[in-house]
Design a protein around this ligand. Structure first.
Ligand code: HEM
Length: 135
């Protein structure tokens, strides 16, 4: 696994804590993400979005824990559900997911900076490789 510095991990963990205090963070994430592509919007057409926001909150936590060295079991499972055998999420769509997330962090974390943005991307990368790699 790509090594993520403990400084990146700590600063991103704290940033996520600030974002999580506002439910609006997750609402904005999905409105930005679904606005990025018709393909994405179509996949969530019959999804209960209240439940989906709750699931996303946990999913991001798993990505951050994986970068800190936690086992990747939950992410491997997400890899299976998002693979060709499941929701069939083309790996290219994870780029849009990250952009939507960073737009939402920028909007809701008062301590957002370009440096913090880069740290977030470093921390997310290994876990997203696990999920998208199972396609
Ligand atoms: C690393 C990024 C992502 C994380 C952490 C994540 C996380 C999750 C989680 C926790 C669930 C619920 C559990 C499950 O059904 O397996 C879920 C469901 C889902 N995800 Fe993702 N996801 C990510 C990226 C994506 C992308 C890029 C797409 C599509 C463009 C996508 C489409 C879906 C769909 C269609 C569902 C099922 C919705 C439903 O139940 O109707 N996900 N995701």
């Amino acid at each position: 696994m790509v090594l993520v510095s403990s400084q990146d991990n700590d600063l991103v963990f704290q940033s996520y804590g600030r974002c999580c205090r506002r439910e609006q963070f997750f609402e904005d994430f999905y409105s930005v993400f679904l606005g990025k592509s018709d393909a994405v919007r179509g996949m969530f057409s019959s999804t209960n979005m209240t439940e989906q926001r709750r699931l996303l909150r946990a999913g991001i936590t798993w990505l951050l824990m994986y970068a800190r060295g936690a086992p990747g079991g939950k992410l491997h499972h997400l890899g299976e559900t998002h693979s060709r055998k499941g929701y069939d999420v083309n790996p290219a769509l994870y780029g849009l997911w990250v952009e939507a997330l960073m737009e939402s962090v920028q909007r809701h974390d008062p301590d957002y900076s370009l440096e913090l943005d880069q740290r977030w991307r470093n921390v997310l990368r290994p876990g997203i490789e696990v999920i998208s790699g199972a396609w």
